[in-house]
Design a protein around this ligand. Structure first.
Ligand code: GDP
Length: 300
């Protein structure tokens, strides 16, 4: 399937290296664990998470009386699946009312594409009526791109001219969503990072307007991250958690990167659930994140 195919390079980088270490060392000893930790770090699992995983592996190997290196792989898979599963949460929906999803992230991570894919998923797979609001008014291209993706996904896009107040576009979005009796409003935002204070003000203002118009909105603040940036994705999560109160992550471009191990690092260290993963450029290349499926695809 697409997940398995997409994760091929990550699998080679991560599980391939781990396998090599295990077959070279065979006997379970300290040297094996040190090499294993190195292999996990090279596989973008992150220093903290790699060390935690190896520590747990060491403990369990002792408890279970394991002797051979190759007995560790199934155990590692179990531990990885467990860590991935620790933060799982579905998309937050406002049952019976309009659900508002605010989408944030740095430019170029795949934000617009992900919004289009998410709109298709909600509309076609879940039968919901979806409206998009183009509140990234900083670049005309961003507004145009969102319109293109809206058309592909078959949903209406609410927009104003370049340079308009993003909060005003968000407000328009709510009004149109209410008029149309929509189930979900997805709001795109600008991802300029050079000024943290400004970003916080802008996202804060949008969130306040949404909250005033729809109780509890935004019900979900989805951070889009690019898996190919590896450990940078962790820094971005910390930043956006602080400025926007992120409630979920969509991790894009997992296909074709060797850095997919970062999913394990993210779920283990930043305590924000990964809710969706992007495995290609097509409209249907967004999948709800399933930790067991992910671990199976990685280790199978
Ligand atoms: P934005 O600036 O964050 O809105 O980024 P875009 O949505 O315009 O996407 C930037 C590039 O990333 C485009 O070329 C997309 O096709 C590509 N992209 C987005 N998601 C994925 C994904 O899951 N896999 C791959 N391979 N490419 C993606």
């Amino acid at each position: 399937d697409r997940l398995k195919a997409g994760l091929q390079k990550t699998k080679e980088a991560l599980v391939g290296q781990v396998n090599t270490v295990m077959s070279v060392f065979r006997k379970i000893d300290d040297e094996l664990f040190d090499e294993l930790e190195e292999a996990l770090i090279r596989g973008d699992v992150g220093v903290t998470t790699s060390s935690r995983l190896v520590e747990e592996l060491r403990r369990q190997a002792r408890v279970r009386g394991l002797k051979n290196g190759d007995e560790l792989l199934p155990l590692l898979k179990e531990l990885v699946a467990e860590r991935l599963g620790s933060q799982v949460a579905p998309l937050n929906l406002n049952e019976g009312g309009l659900t508002v999803i605010l989408v944030v992230g740095v430019n170029g991570v795949g934000k617009t594409t992900t919004i289009g894919k998410l709109a298709r998923h909600l509309r076609e797979d879940r039968g919901m009526k979806v409206i998009l609001a183009a509140a990234d008014t900083f670049r005309a291209a961003a507004i145009d791109q969102l319109k293109v993706w809206g058309e592909r996904a078959g949903v209406e896009v609410v927009a104003r001219a370049e340079g308009a107040d993003p909060a005003a576009v968000a407000f328009d979005g709510v009004q149109v969503a209410k008029e149309r009796g929509a189930d979900v409003l997805i709001v795109d935002t600008a991802g300029r990072l050079h000024n943290k204070g400004h970003l916080m003000d802008e996202l804060g203002k949008i969130a306040r307007v949404l909250g005033r118009e729809v109780p509890g909105a935004p019900h979900e603040t989805l951070l889009v991250l690019d898996a190919t940036t590896g450990q940078n994705a962790i820094q971005q999560t910390k930043l956006f958690k602080e400025v926007a109160g992120v409630t979920g992550i969509a991790l894009t471009k997992l296909d074709g990167t060797a850095k997919g191990g970062v999913v394990v690092a993210i779920t283990d260290t930043v305590q924000v659930p990964v809710k969706f993963i992007g495995v290609g450029e097509r409209l249907d290349d967004l999948q709800p994140f399933d930790p067991k499926q992910f671990a199976d695809a990685l280790f199978s």
